[in-house]
Design a protein. Structure first.
Length: 292
């Protein structure tokens, strides 16, 4: 009887997994309450050959700012590895895990990821962990002509203003350095992308976006559910006024951090590197970096 019970439980678990995942398309009627609906596990990831000329000479560093989103990470890493491998894009996924006690700083984490990504990658993708590309025609190739905004306002399920450059943005490493990276003054959620847009324009670069994509707002699956995970939108002290200013000095040149650990691991067969990052904050400069 115990053996039969185990068989029944195993069958029920497999059936639940099949019914609860959503394949490569968006879930009907949007997200469910509670945990965001996840894509079905992809087939075994392709392994990019090192000496295959059809994969091209460039290598992408996929920079993923991260904190306490484990269930999204389990979906993201194998999905993106499979997606990029099918497009024959050499890549390395870096999970930029903030482990200090300051408020989340997406921009500083991307600066750290850029500095720690090594010389074997020549362009980056600033990529949210909760945004999965569903359309295979989306371009993740080397953005030689300038920054390429994959998650454009015409396609992103939430943000539609014309200066938006968040979600997924590709840049060559040369162009990112030309902008001096992103500002380190943005603690908490939001506004760092808007400031970076002004940096891009100030560097004389032109943002390009996808064309010929017909899937509209169903081009991406957004895993974030505001009822399940609250965003840190609190504005402390002078932060409300400072968030609209351009930081003309800070960026790659003054990001302060320490790498606590660097771990290469595999998620459902997909390789990635997890950097546990301790950011530092000058509370005289940005007192809003703490929750107090």
């Amino acid at each position: 009887p115990l053996f039969l019970l185990a068989l029944l439980l195993g069958f029920a678990s497999l059936l639940w997994l099949q019914l609860s995942c959503s394949g490569e398309g968006p879930s009907p009627g949007g997200q469910h309450r509670g945990v965001p609906r996840q894509p079905c596990p992809p087939p075994a990831p392709l392994q990019p050959p090192e000496e295959e000329p059809s994969w091209g000479p460039h290598r992408l560093a996929l920079l993923v700012p991260f904190r306490e989103r484990f269930e999204e990470l389990l979906a993201f890493v194998p999905y993106m590895h499979r997606f990029l491998s099918k497009k024959r894009i050499r890549h390395h996924i870096f999970i930029l895990n903030q482990v200090d006690h300051f408020r989340f700083n997406r921009a500083s984490l991307i600066n750290v990821g850029f500095l720690e990504s090594g010389n074997d990658t020549d362009y980056i993708a600033m990529h949210d962990v909760d945004l999965l590309p569903l359309n295979e025609h989306l371009d993740y190739s080397f953005p030689e002509a300038g920054p390429f905004h994959v998650a454009s306002p015409e396609l992103h399920p939430l943000y539609h203003y014309k200066t938006y450059v968040g979600g997924i943005l590709l840049l060559t490493k040369q162009h990112y350095e030309l902008c001096n990276g992103m500002s380190n003054r943005f603690w908490g959620w939001g506004r760092e992308d808007d400031e970076f847009y002004r940096r891009i324009k100030g560097a004389g670069l032109q943002v390009r976006r996808p064309s010929g994509i017909t899937t509209g707002y169903e081009t991406f699956q957004h895993l974030h559910d505001p009822a399940w995970r609250k965003r840190d939108q609190k504005r402390i002290a002078a932060q409300k006024q400072e968030q609209f200013k351009v930081d003309r000095e800070g960026g790659l040149t003054n990001v302060r951090y320490r790498i606590e650990s660097r771990t290469d691991l595999s998620v459902a067969g997909a390789p990635c590197t997890v950097l546990n990052i301790l950011l530092d904050c000058d509370t005289n400069e940005t007192p809003w970096c703490t929750f107090g």
